[in-house]
Design a protein around this ligand. Structure first.
Ligand SMILES: [Fe+2]
Length: 153
């Protein structure tokens, strides 16, 4: 039984975004599993990957919004920044040897789902319409591939 279940109402219909959201959900579940096992090295490794991936995902979303001239880009970026600051604090505590996994999990489980269903839903239409991303696989569009490379490395 997974900690956070992917459900279809989390789909935005932009495949490149949905696969990133799924990856985050997957990492949340991995963090939960390693937290249950009590393996601190594993917990820290998954936590670092989850944080790193989530921040890259934010950057990717912001680039799409900029490209699509999404009118509420600044507000959305601000939401990402506020969340990134909270995450940075967890990372500091983790680096000091604290186990913050349980707190991170309960925060992310609620925050992520609300963010996907709320703030993210708002930019989907303009991004689909302007960039033609609807059901297009990222590999079909050269600029998407280079943006993925730029953001995720
Ligand atoms: Fe977002």
């Amino acid at each position: 039984m997974s900690y956070l279940h992917w459900s279809d109402d989390l789909n935005t219909g932009i495949s490149v975004i949905d696969s990133q959201h799924r990856r985050i959900v997957d990492l949340i579940n991995q963090l939960n599993t390693s937290n249950d096992s009590g393996d601190h090295e594993k917990i820290n490794a998954v936590l670092a990957e989850l944080i790193d991936y989530t921040l890259s995902h934010f950057a990717f979303e912001e680039e799409l919004q900029l490209k699509a001239e999404y009118p509420f880009f600044k507000a959305h970026k601000r939401v990402h920044e506020v969340f990134a600051k909270r995450i940075a604090q967890f990372q500091i505590r983790a680096n000091n040897g604290e186990n913050v996994a349980t707190e991170v999990l309960s925060l992310l489980r609620i925050w992520l789902v609300n963010h996907i269903k709320g703030d993210d839903r708002d930019y989907v239409d303009i991004v689909k319409k302007t960039l033609g991303l609807q059901a297009t696989e990222p590999k079909d569009q050269v600029w998407v591939v280079s943006l993925l490379k730029k953001v995720f490395g």
